[in-house]
Design a protein around this ligand. Structure first.
Ligand code: AMP
Length: 218
């Protein structure tokens, strides 16, 4: 199964991508996670990406496309993948189509996660993240067991610089201007399923599993 998770920042794509990848034994390709890893490791790519990410802007297409091409060439993706946070622009979507076609592959489904804008702002501004294992929590409705400490790996939790108010506004604006049109792009290609992602993590996962069930045996 090859799927793309589309939607504004903060709609829960990453959390659901982890669960779907485990459930269907898919590779998870999250460009946000890959870029944050590069920033942490202080690679050249990470240094280039950091200033864009801190401001909530998109990292240039060429950089992100290169990362995804490299990942898709990995044998771990042969049995299927879930793409989280990619594509985010029309050129990225076009490039993904080209790469898959060159491998005689195609996408099975693109899921559009929908959450009211005010909920998205609440989710992002209260989010606390582990920079080591990328687990996320929320100060209000998904608290870690010990205050400020990651349940999964014991590292300190932080508020990502792009989860601060000004960057959130930029990210949502960037989504509206550069990413939202991909909903229509994939709808026109008969690949789109819309998902009400405003419920609990378990509710959304059940709903999502139902949407993806027809595609798992293909
Ligand atoms: P995310 O964790 O998916 O919200 O991504 C965090 C940040 O990484 C974004 O705000 C962008 O700066 C950058 N980023 C992630 N994916 C992409 C992408 N497909 N294209 C450009 N920039 C991206």
């Amino acid at each position: 199964m090859r799927v793309v998770f589309l939607g504004a920042p903060g709609v829960g794509k990453g959390t659901q991508a982890d669960r779907i990848a485990a459930q269907y034994r898919l590779a998870k390709i999250s460009t946000g996670d890959l870029l944050r890893e590069a920033v942490r490791a202080r690679t050249l790519l990470g240094l280039e990406a950091k200033s864009y990410m801190d401001q909530g802007k998109l990292v240039p297409d060429a950089v992100v496309i290169g990362l995804v091409r490299e990942k898709l060439a990995d044998p771990s993706c042969a049995a299927g993948f879930v793409l989280d946070g990619f594509p985010r622009t029309a050129p990225q979507a076009e490039d993904l189509g080209t790469v898959l076609m060159s491998k005689a592959m195609a996408l099975d489904r693109v899921v559009n996660f929908q959450v009211p804008r005010e909920d998205v702002v609440r989710r992002l501004s209260g989010r606390r993240s582990c920079l080591k294992c990328q687990a996320t929590f929320h100060v209000g409705f998904a608290k870690p067991k010990a205050d400020g400490i990651c349940d999964r790996c014991g590292e300190l939790l932080v508020q990502r610089s792009d989860d601060q108010r000004e960057a959130i506004e930029t990210r949502l604006k960037v989504y509206d201007e550069q990413t939202a049109s991909l909903v229509r792009y994939y709808d026109e290609r008969q690949l789109l399923s819309s998902l009400d992602a405003s419920g609990s993590v378990d509710e959304v996962f059940q709903h999502l599993s139902r949407v993806l069930t027809p595609y798992q045996m293909r």
